[in-house]
Write a protein that binds this ligand. Structure first.
Ligand SMILES: [Fe+2]
Length: 160
């Protein structure tokens, strides 16, 4: 770890840097999944879904930057390479053989739910490690993931 004048113990910083890198991997994976959906979706709702999926990917970009820069601010190294993400992401692989809008909505909703569950857990873990700022960062990410899960699920729930 790099040294910093931040008044958090090195134990706290080490713990929280690990937490942040784990969620960084999920978030980068999720962003690529949203782009995969943006590019490959087809069907009667094409344009709406194509634009929604791009908006989701762009919004994730902001969270990804916040997470990565918090890691570095705490003296860590942000692991944002494709290789690191592939090794660390806990999301399921995105299906490569789907085209239909509903299939993409289902796949992305499952990925948002899984990423959201881990971020919600990370809020408590950052709190326990005594880093309220990282807990707050995770809380913002969590709220955005929940909101965007709703945008995805709203397309699927009319007939349920
Ligand atoms: Fe595009």
């Amino acid at each position: 770890m790099h040294s910093t004048r931040i008044d958090l113990s090195s134990k706290t910083r080490a713990r929280v840097i690990d937490l942040l890198n784990a969620r960084l991997a999920d978030s980068l994976d999720l962003q690529m999944q949203a782009k995969q959906a943006h590019w490959n979706v087809k069907g009667p709702n094409f344009i709406g879904l194509h634009e929604l999926f791009d908006k989701l990917a762009a919004e994730l970009g902001g969270h990804i930057d916040d997470i990565a820069e918090r890691i570095v601010a705490l003296g860590g190294v942000a692991h944002g390479t494709l290789q690191a993400v592939a090794a660390q992401s806990r999301l399921d692989p995105y299906p490569a053989d789907i085209a239909d809008g509903r299939a993409h909505l289902d796949a992305l909703a499952a990925a948002y739910a899984k990423a959201g569950k881990s971020v919600r857990k990370a809020i408590d873990e950052a709190d326990k490690a005594k880093d309220a700022d990282t807990a707050d960062l995770f809380t913002g990410v969590s709220r955005a993931l929940d909101k965007n899960l709703w945008l995805l699920e709203a397309h699927l729930q009319a007939d349920r």
